[in-house]
Ligand binder design. Structure first.
Ligand code: PBG
Length: 329
């Protein structure tokens, strides 16, 4: 009758902290932000309050906000002034991302890791992540690969520390690895968006990055949310092709995938708490239905528990502030 084992014994004060299995630290965080080539001033994304499109002239300021809080890495998205069918504003030496990377690296050197999102969808006028065959309404995998290689090299040339391909084309990691190596960037790591699902939770991002598509959706190259085993196969291919770091995206609805990928591949793993996850917490908090800080803290801590080593989150700065203050205890 008498409960011999009382789990509550260890749930008090300091003792509770001593037996805690997982914690968030500032070194887990990656701060994503948008650099807009045409914006004249910082503009708030309407579906993501607190998230801004930064004018190209302020890329260093955006990075500094993260740097000053001790966040080790930023992830840069570019919004170019011109778009075309081939996404050619994605790989010029003086295009939006390349310039931003150069300026940020000049400012912070090795004290801040600069990761670049490597995809075509923000740069194509049709909004798809590759070269499109309009007659068949198809994104042509193998014609896209050399373009991705070219973008990767241009990012590395500008000084990117890590490239993060997010387009879900087959063979993209190998194509990018070859292109980087051929151009003397054999030491540039690839963080692959290895299990990226065709998710409704990217909705607000498409507002932020102007990357809606003119026909269809991305479900013919991003993964079916119904599938779990497929994530293992996708990831295995990326590992064989040379990925150095892996990613699961989105985060909270896919923590089973995070767990499985970490168990299956003992490799550095990032989880992306995407725009829709951010927007949901924001919206509920604005209505007074959730304690915002506790909500994003718990969501991110749960990603660590599931197996994440790194968390890409629009809440990175707020999290860093909480961690600095020690108020999470
Ligand atoms: C580009 C890309 C997307 C996101 C990251 N990289 C959009 C998409 O695939 O549709 C989404 C990030 C977010 O929702 O926060 N391919």
């Amino acid at each position: 009758m008498f409960p011999q084992t009382r789990m509550r014994r260890l749930r008090y004060g300091k003792l509770k902290e001593m037996v805690r299995e997982n914690d968030l630290t500032v070194n887990d965080l990656i701060y994503p932000f948008f650099v807009d080539e045409t914006a004249a001033e910082k503009t708030e994304v309407s579906s993501m309050p607190g998230v801004f499109r930064w004018p190209a002239t302020m890329a260093v300021d955006a990075a500094r906000e993260a740097f000053d809080l001790g966040i080790p890495a930023v992830l840069i998205f570019g919004i170019p002034k011109t778009k075309d069918a081939e996404g050619s504003s994605a790989y010029g030496d003086d295009d939006v991302v390349q310039k931003a990377v150069r300026e940020i690296k000049a400012q912070f050197g090795n004290d801040l890791i600069v990761i670049t999102d490597l995809c075509m969808c923000e740069y194509t006028d049709h909004g798809h992540c590759g070269i499109v065959d309009f007659e068949n309404h198809d994104v042509v995998n193998d014609l896209t690969l050399p373009v991705l290689g070219k973008i990767a090299v241009s990012h590395a040339k500008a000084g990117a520390d890590i490239v993060a391909p997010s387009g879900m084309m087959d063979g993209m990691i190998e194509a990018i690895r070859f292109a980087l190596d051929e151009n003397g960037f054999e030491n540039t790591p690839i963080m692959s968006y290895s299990s990226k699902y065709a998710s409704v939770f990217y909705g607000p991002f498409r507002d932020a990055a102007d990357s809606g598509f003119c026909f269809g959706d991305r479900s013919e190259y991003q993964m079916d949310p119904a599938n779990g085993d497929e994530a293992i196969r996708e990831t295995e291919l990326d590992v064989m092709e040379g990925a150095d770091m892996l990613m699961v995206k989105p985060g909270m609805p896919y923590l089973d995938i995070v767990y499985r990928i970490k168990q299956e591949f003992q490799m550095p793993l990032a989880v992306y708490q995407v725009s829709g996850e951010y927007a949901m917490i924001k919206a509920a908090a604005e209505k007074g239905w959730l304690d915002e800080k506790k909500a994003f803290y718990e969501a991110c801590l749960s990603m660590k528990r599931a197996g994440a080593d790194m968390i890409i989150t629009y809440y990175a700065k707020e999290l860093a502030e909480i961690l600095k203050s020690g108020k999470q205890k």
